[in-house]
Write a protein that binds this ligand. Structure first.
Ligand SMILES: [Zn+2]
Length: 824
């Protein structure tokens, strides 16, 4: 369960909250008051979701009361998803939300660069070439200029001990940005929006094995105990850290809290002026903000006089501090501290402000009712002057005196403008990115998510001082099991269209039937649906007409598609025509209990791939599922009869019913039965079966997959376009049913493969050779041997990525592997 700890910063543009913010309890108010009396900032920098040291973030937020941020270059879209099917962009959306939930717990803020997590990278050079060094520097310089950190702390060293090219690149970029952010000649185009900013220091949050490999004595570095205990919260920073880290559920990073001291070491990268403390000599008080004496005095008094049992007593001091704060020139601290103060004022007064709708999906031009309510649950003289809901049709001036515990509610109809922007993750709006997301609006860069499309503003008078409380409009319902459930309100197209699959596979002469779903968001409307493809494909019917009578209705339409010539693949699109307005978006909803539901609006599209094959060379396949991949479904689509085994015993008798047995990715790391059943599989091969094993990691092998000696290593080829030599071109696996040539290695994605064997017995025939730039050729990616009357194949090639992506050459090669036991 996600515990709501308090949220420090409510900036109009960078809200970090997933539902209407609950009030702070007295301990949390006390901490917030300490924060109001602290004026300083720290930014942590790394490459991925999960790289961040959540104990560090918790400590600097809750113990030091600093504005704390985590800057991640990527959204983690290249990793594997342990909780569902989403990959790539959609996985990045999940990881983004997981980070935001983690930040809700450790109290830090989240920032991202535009970098795409393109998978494992061996060198920072490769990483920076793909991402674009200039663009990445621009992004981190931008965030430094906006966030204004006093110090920057890198997770990784610049010297490569972080092992992953992304990690080392994150540190290199951070150090360069540290030296550029204060220079007006660096990215001068940003200065339209921000000022230059020079952080005082930059550190590496070192770990001891790396330090000893570099010959650095940890005792010479600044050391901090991140395991300290916080009485106000009843937890140590390391316990909070574990809760935060546990939010990375798609990576399986559930963590248990540590309850003892945890020392971290900080290596200062640039000058060496700090001896004992990261912030040595840096003023972390209001003293650094011009003419802030009055504000400072009021806030100090509020902290000193705070009464845990009667928080409302300090309200007059807080209101006065808020009014005084607005008079200061330092816009940065005015904005930060105003947001913090609003939160504390609301909590001390027991204010609840809400604006909720009856629908969570709205479309441009639609109308919807919004209910807004305001209640103050303390004895405080307050007048609610007005409620202003975005796009409201009528004025909501109230001037109502509030009585303790009595809710004032209004209901207003709002009209969403016909040209309202769709609310989807802004970094996915342009689609079709490669290794960097396309974001045209500079002011969005760095932001973790798209802002809410609708707000309500409550103007409140506290004995002559006016304060605005701004809250996002949410959709709310009551669930019989979950209780109160909130969802973001999203603006999406009037009608959306989705294919039933991303990829359609067919053989020569085959006619494929595909299904398209059309859904009305707006309600009553009608139009035409067309399926579009490149030349050379026959589609019937040419179009469908549809009409809906109400909101949320869905209809399905079937199209038949085939090709008589050699068009091997095509991109399919749809077009909805509503009174001349063309709509092409699909709607994808991502929903997991630990994150807020997400709506993504990719262009409706699918790929169709025709293989130059009349009939499948084999029929029955047994698939031993490892850590999960989509291969069985794809093979099924191609007309193979596939049985999937997830934990069942694998007897020789059972396996003998199959032409081919395949071990899914990491089956030898996860399929427990293989300890005892490996001998049965080998018997099956001996009797003439074909067994294909895909990659396994080295550390935790359940059994030896191979009948002969085979040493799996960590060798991988990460450059998806690295040259491939076919070292054994006459081998049947390179010839039947498909002749494999160089062109079959074009268009691969993310990588060639991983965990290639590095040594093998002479019985094995290596078939391919490949390497990343600057490395020696590796020939362990695809190994074949006869065993008894059967065939054994071990391959680290990443078919599990290439097949779902519709890479034709990978299909041809994989079908050849399936055909190993066929005599031509
Ligand atoms: Zn990482």
């Amino acid at each position: 369960m996600l515990k709501k700890i308090f949220l420090l910063l409510i900036l109009s543009a960078t809200f970090i909250l997933s539902q209407p913010v609950e009030s702070l309890n007295s301990s949390e108010i006390k901490i917030a008051l300490k924060r109001l009396n602290t004026v300083g900032t720290v930014l942590y920098v790394a490459a991925h979701p999960d790289d961040e040291n959540t104990a560090f973030l918790s400590y600097f937020n809750y113990a030091k009361h600093l504005r704390t941020g985590y800057f991640s270059f990527t959204r983690g879209d290249g990793g594997q998803n342990l909780i569902g099917d989403e990959q790539g962009d959609l996985l990045g959306v999940i990881r983004t939300q997981e980070l935001l939930q983690a930040r809700n717990i450790d109290g830090a803020e989240q920032f991202f660069a535009r970098a795409v997590d393109f998978g494992y990278s061996k060198t920072p050079e490769e990483t920076l070439t793909k991402w674009g060094k200039k663009e990445m520097l621009s992004d981190i310089v931008w965030v430094i200029r906006k966030f204004k950190p006093d110090i920057v702390v890198n997770r990784f060293p610049t010297t490569g001990q972080g092992t992953h090219g992304h990690h080392t690149a994150s540190a290199i970029l951070s150090v360069e940005a540290f030296n550029m952010a204060g220079d007006p000649n660096s990215f001068p185009e940003q200065l339209k929006y921000v000022e230059t900013w020079q952080p005082k220091r930059i550190f590496w949050n070192a770990w001891t094995p790396a330090l000893s490999s570099m010959g650095i004595d940890p005792d010479t570095l600044i050391r901090i105990n991140l395991g300290e205990y916080n009485n106000l919260l009843g937890r140590s920073y390391t316990e909070i850290s574990a809760e935060s880290r546990t939010m990375h559920k798609s990576q399986g990073f559930g963590s248990s809290g540590r309850r003892e001291n945890l020392y971290n070491y900080f290596f200062q990268i640039e000058d060496r002026t700090a001896q004992n403390d990261l912030f040595e000599g840096i003023d972390l008080s209001w003293g650094r903000v011009k003419e802030s004496e009055k504000v400072s005095k009021l806030l100090k008094q509020a902290e000193a006089e705070f009464d845990f049992e009667n928080p409302v007593k300090v309200l007059p001091l807080l209101i006065e501090a808020y009014i005084e704060l607005q008079k200061l020139e330092d816009k940065y601290w005015v904005e930060i501290k105003s947001a913090e103060l609003i939160k504390v004022i609301k909590s001390c007064a027991g204010i609840w402000a809400e604006a909720v709708t009856e629908e969570n999906l709205l479309s441009p031009g639609s109308e919807v009712n919004v209910n807004a309510g305001f209640v103050v649950r303390s004895e405080v003289p307050v007048t609610l002057k007005s409620i202003n809901i975005d796009y409201q049709q009528s004025d909501s001036t109230l001037n109502s005196k509030l009585i303790k515990g009595e809710m004032i509610s209004i209901k207003r109809k709002i009209s969403v403008p016909p040209n309202a922007k769709y609310s989807q993750p802004y970094w996915l709006e342009k689609g079709n990115h490669k290794d960097i997301y396309i974001v045209k609006d500079q002011t969005l860069i760095g932001q973790p998510k798209t802002d809410y499309p609708l707000y309500a503003t409550f103007t409140v008078d506290f004995s002559g001082s006016e304060i605005n409380f701004k809250v996002p409009v949410f959709y709310r319902r009551n669930d019989p099991v979950e209780g109160e459930v909130y969802k973001r309100v999203e603006i999406v197209p009037e009608v959306v269209v989705n294919f039933d699959k991303d990829l359609y596979l067919l053989k020569n002469g085959e006619v494929k039937e595909l299904t398209v779903f059309v859904k009305s968001i707006k309600g009553k409307l009608s139009g035409k649906l067309k399926l579009l493809s490149e030349e050379g494909w026959n589609i019937s019917p040419v179009f469908y007409e549809f009409s809906f009578t109400g909101q949320g209705q869905e209809q399905e339409f079937k199209f038949k598609i085939n090709s008589t010539n050699n068009n091997l693949s095509a991109n399919l699109k749809t077009e909805l025509d509503i009174d001349g307005k063309k709509l092409t978006k699909s709607l994808v909803t991502i929903s997991y209990p630990h994150i807020q539901p997400q709506t993504v609006l990719p262009e409706a599209s699918a790929k169709i791939l025709k293989l130059d094959l009349q009939k499948n060379p084999v029929n029955k396949i047994a698939y031993i599922m490892g850590s999960g991949d989509k291969m069985p479904d794809l093979l099924w689509d191609l007309g193979f009869s596939v049985d999937v085994f997830t934990k069942e015993p694998l007897t020789t008798e059972l396996l003998q019913n199959y032409d081919v047995v395949i071990a899914g990715i990491r089956a030898y790391n996860t399929y427990q039965r293989l300890t005892t059943d490996q001998k049965n599989i080998l018997k099956y091969v001996e009797n003439g079966g074909t067994f294909i094993v895909q990659y396994n990691t080295t550390g935790d092998l359940i059994a030896n997959p191979s009948p002969y000696k085979l040493t799996i290593s960590r060798d991988r080829v990460t450059e998806e376009d690295s040259p491939v030599s076919i070292i054994n071109p006459n081998h049947p696996l390179m010839n039947y049913p498909f002749k494999i040539t160089q062109t079959d290695f074009e268009g691969w994605i993310q990588e060639r493969g991983l965990y290639f064997p590095s040594e093998w017995e002479e019985n094995f025939v290596p078939l391919l050779e490949m390497n990343d730039k600057g490395e020696i050729p590796k020939s362990g990616s695809l190994l074949f041997t006869k065993y008894g009357r059967g065939n054994f194949i071990y391959t680290g090639l990443s078919f599990f990525r290439q097949l779902p992506a519709g890479v034709e050459g990978a299909y041809k090669l994989f079908i050849n592997l399936l055909s190993a036991g066929i005599d031509e």
